[in-house]
Design a protein around this ligand. Sequence first.
Ligand code: R5P
Length: 300
Amino acid sequence: MIVLGGSASTDLANKVAKELGEKTGQIEIKRFPDGEKYIRVHEDVKGQDVALIQSLYRTPDDYAFEYLLIADTLRDMGAAKIIGVTPYLAYARQDSRFYPGEALSSAAVAKMFEAAGTTSLLTIDCHLHRLGDVGKVFKIPAKNLSAMQRLGQYARDTLKPKNPIVVGPDEEAEQWAGTVAKELDAEHTAFTKKRIRKEGETESKLEMDTGDVELQGRDVVIADDIISTGGTIIQAVKASKRKGARRIFVLCTHPVLANAALNKIKAAGIAKVIGTDTIPSPISTVSVAPVIAAALKTGQ
Ligand code: R5P
């Protein structure tokens, strides 16, 4: 198998290739003076399976378009399989027309990836709040991997919370809290989150309910898929503090960290926030490379 990294995920691709005992394939990505991208694949991919790793963060349109150019090139060069690896799959949250005329972005991205020649797709802790299954987004075989076990192991071995309880800040996050809790041999729960986005606005207001869980004097470990604006985590931290939590640790797969989210979360008073390298950031401590390599080995 040839592992190629787009410019969003060069480091991660190197780590995945290393896990597989391979070298990363050579690809040249530059810009023409007018801003257009220049792509050249320096590998003979004819008849080969290629894993193309490109996470879609911060400038998702740019990285997605680059992905399409590379995938299309690989197909023309005769690659046998093009396994798209998008650790952070942008646009997954716009999986519904909340208001008439809105783009159904998750479906549109899936169609473009398929049209460019992607034969299967791997992603990680994809936002599937309403759809539940990444197979409902793509027609090609698609698999949603998880970083939560590795985050849980990190929490157990490094953060070492005392009398911990793992909290998902909303109902969808309960699954991730459960996985982390298993590693910590702890109980878990989920808060209830209501997000209100008014027509015409892109930011939403949040309301959070903790239910009747006992947090007094306990270390709380919050586990979520994405930290974007930080609004969800900040509300969860505030709610935990109101209930007397001792220390609060935050784990997330995708540190999107939009709008100075990291500073805001730290200011809310947490002991530590840990993310993964699906997105490079100051908190990308845990690597998902072993998770991706394991899935590639089993022949996705
Ligand atoms: C949403 O339900 C997700 O699981 C995350 O909780 C959310 O995307 C985080 O976004 P933000 O940091 O902007 O609250």
